[in-house]
Design a binder for this molecule. Structure first.
Ligand code: CP
Ligand code: NVA
Length: 308
C-alpha cells in the first residue's frame, strides 16, 4: 500500500518521480482556468476523504481542487463533526472509511492518529500535517526551489526559528534530496535529536548556529515558519516570541545569504513577526509559488498513492 506518511519513509526515487510528475502536470495545464479538468482523468470514479482536525486554507483547497482536476470527487470532513472526535477509535474509523472512499488525507494533532489510520485503512493515507511533520509542504518546496534555481542537491538550506513540524520535514528532505541544513533558533526549540541524527546518517550535513547572521552566510535558501504552531499552547505565545525575536527573517538577514538565495514560508505567515513584509513581498520570496505548487505536488502524491 502506498501511504504517503513522511518524506523519510518514502523512497528517494519515488519522491523524485512525484516531483517530476508534478512539474509535467503543471506545465500541461498552463494557461487554463483553475477549474478546468486535466486532459487525463485518473481519479475518475474515485472518492477522496479530506479530514481536518486543525484549520487549513492551502491544504484543504489544494487537495480539493487537485482531486477535481484529476476527475475525482472529495468530501471534506471536520474531525470534531465525526464520531472520531467523540470516542470512536481511529482503527474503527479507518476500517469504516475504507468501505466508502479510495483515499484518505488527514490533518491531525498527534502523529499516532495518522499512523494508526494508515495501519487499519485498506486504502492509502496521506499526511496533511501532524504536530510532528508536514511532508506535503516539502514536496512543494523542493519543486519550487528547482523551478527557480535548478537541482536542490548540494544546496545550503537555512531554517530560522522554531524547530517545528515543517522544519522536521525539511530535515527529512535533506536526507532524501541531498541538501544540507543549518538550523538557527533558540536551544529550547531545537529540532528533535532523532531528525538531526537522520540527516547526519544520510551523509548530508546538519548543524546548529545560534547566531542567525552567521547561519545564513552562503545560504541558497532561507526558510521561516510561524513562531506559534497550531499545536502550541497560546499561553506560551509571549515566551516563544521573546525567544524567537532574534531569528526574524528581515532584509538585513537576507542580505547576508547568497545574492541569489530564495526565501520560503509554508504560510500562513505573521507579517513583521517571523518575517517582514519587505522580505515576503521582495524579489527573493517565492512564497506564492510554493502555495501554488502544493496543488501540483499533491496531485502527483495522490496519483502515486493510487498508482494511476
Ligand atoms: N502551509 C499549509 O499547510 O497551509 P494551511 O495550514 O493553510 O493548509
Ligand atoms: N508549523 C505550522 C505550520 C502550518 C502550516 C503549524 O503547525 O501550525
Amino acid at each position: 500500500m502506498n501511504h504517503f506518511l513522511d518524506i523519510h519513509k518514502t523512497a528517494p526515487s519515488d519522491l523524485r518521480h512525484m516531483i517530476e510528475h508534478a512539474r509535467e502536470m503543471k506545465t500541461a495545464r498552463e494557461g487554463r482556468p483553475r477549474g478546468a479538468l486535466d486532459d487525463d482523468q485518473p481519479l475518475k470514479g474515485r472518492m477522496v476523504a479530506l479530514i481536518f482536525e486543525k484549520p487549513s486554507t492551502r491544504t484543504r483547497v489544494s487537495f480539493d481542487v487537485g482531486t477535481r482536476q484529476l476527475g475525482g470527487e472529495t468530501m471534506v470532513l471536520s474531525g470534531s463533526d465525526m464520531q472520531l472526535g467523540h470516542g470512536e477509535t481511529i482503527a474503527d474509523t479507518a476500517r469504516v472509511l475504507s468501505r466508502y472512499v479510495d483515499l484518505i488525507m488527514i490533518r491531525t494533532f498527534d502523529e499516532s492518529v495518522l499512523t494508526e489510520m494508515a495501519e487499519f485503512a485498506d486504502v492509502p493515507v496521506i499526511n496533511g500535517l501532524t504536530d510532528r511533520t508536514h511532508p506535503c509542504q516539502i514536496m512543494a518546496d523542493v519543486m519550487t526551489y528547482e523551478e527557480h534555481r535548478g537541482p536542490i542537491t548540494g544546496k545550503k538550506v537555512v531554517w530560522c526559528g522554531d524547530g517545528n513540524n515543517v522544519c522536521a520535514s525539511v530535515m527529512h528532505g535533506a536526507a532524501q534530496f541531498g541538501y544540507d541544513v543549518v538550523f538557527t533558533g533558540p536551544e529550547q526549540l531545537d529540532p528533535e535529536a532523532e531528525w538531526q541524527g537522520l540527516v547526519r546518517k544520510s551523509g548530508q550535513s546538519f548543524s546548529i548556529e545560534r547566531d542567525a547572521d552567521k547561519a545564513v552566510e552562503g545560504a541558497d535558501l532561507v526558510i521561516a515558519d510561524t513562531w506559534v504552531s497550531m499545536h502550541d499552547a497560546q499561553s506560551a505565545r509571549e515566551r516563544r516570541h521573546n525567544m524567537l525575536r532574534p531569528y526574524q527573517v528581515n532584509e538585513d538577514l537576507m542580505a547576508r545569504a547568497k545574492p541569489d538565495a530564495l526565501f520560503m514560508h509554508c504560510l500562513p505567515a505573521h507579517r513583521e513577526e517571523e518575517v517582514t513584509s519587505a522580505v515576503m513581498d521582495g524579489p527573493q520570496s517565492v512564497i506564492f509559488d510554493e502555495a501554488e505548487n502544493r496543488l501540483h505536488a499533491q496531485k502527483a502524491i495522490m496519483r502515486w498513492c493510487l498508482d494511476v
